[in-house]
Design a protein. Structure first.
Length: 278
């Protein structure tokens, strides 16, 4: 059985993610108390369900802190458990709650909205280390839907290595474990022919490959990741996110991510381009 647990911050897109999985044929339950996960999964497994998705978050109260232990128990029983943690910047969450006029789940305690967000982040902090993160601050809903679909079809064993391109002028991704800055390299943006293209296009790739410093930096990043991946695997990490940033997130960083993902193709690898919505 494959079980996807969706968690994270209120307003970060958990409902969108759950709807994607329901459309993909998953049996879905929203806002399930942690104490009921084991019994529900056992019953669904007996009934023959192969794909299940549950939303578990701070709406269940302090008990959400017990989710990592529950994940360990499920995996010990042979369940393919994947944890997806959605988050966003505080100002983004405030804007979303203001636009929808919804109450934050923790607002009944007399807290302001910023205080509710900070409190919720503290409550789910212990889950962060066992989860695959997606920062939805600057994502269009369709991009989030695509990323959730990609996450659901990954092979069921080993560390997942995620390469993500971004533009520094739009902010550093919250979900990055490592951030590499390639803004020091020649920028294809200043070539009128290359400006409308992206790092996925052959002409841009040829431009960057012709720059010795770019290829040297690419080799250095590749070597660093390859050298340290075994340590993260020994530490039982399930996910490792490597973010590559340039100025706008359309040329240099995209090329680096595509090339690195290709070099690590034999592993569980994902490539994302935040500013391209892909």
């Amino acid at each position: 059985m494959q079980l996807i647990l969706i968690t994270g911050l209120s307003g970060s897109g958990k409902s969108v993610a759950l709807a994607v999985l329901e459309d993909a044929g998953f049996y879905c339950v929203d806002n399930l108390p942690v104490a009921m996960i084991g019994e529900l999964v056992a019953n669904l497994r007996t009934a023959g369900y192969q794909h299940v998705a549950l939303t578990v978050d701070a709406r269940t109260g302090e008990a959400v802190a017990g989710l990592p232990r529950e994940v360990e128990n499920l995996r010990a029983n042979g369940i393919d458990v994947r944890v997806l943690f959605l988050e966003a910047k505080p100002d983004t969450l405030i804007k979303r709650f203001s636009e929808t006029r919804r109450r934050h789940p923790l607002s009944s305690g007399g807290l302001t909205l910023p205080e509710c967000i900070a409190r919720e982040r503290d409550m789910v902090e212990g889950i962060s280390g066992i989860a695959h993160h997606i920062d939805t601050s600057d994502l269009a809903p369709n991009t989030l839907r695509n990323w959730v679909r990609d996450f659901a079809v990954l092979p069921d064993a080993g560390l997942t290595l995620l390469f993500e391109s971004f533009g520094f002028k739009h902010g550093i991704p919250l979900d990055a474990d490592f951030v590499f800055d390639v803004r020091c390299l020649p920028n294809p943006h200043y070539d009128p022919v290359l400006r409308p293209l992206t790092g996925c296009d052959a002409a841009v790739a040829e431009f960057i490959r012709a720059t010795p410093d770019a290829m040297r930096m690419l080799d250095d990043i590749h070597r660093f990741i390859a050298d340290w991946l075994p340590s993260f695997e020994r530490d039982n990490r399930s996910y490792l996110t490597v973010a590559i940033g340039c100025t706008g997130g359309r040329h240099r960083s995209v090329f680096f991510v595509e090339t690195l993902a290709e070099r690590f193709r034999g592993r569980r690898t994902l490539a994302r381009h935040r500013e391209l919505g892909a």
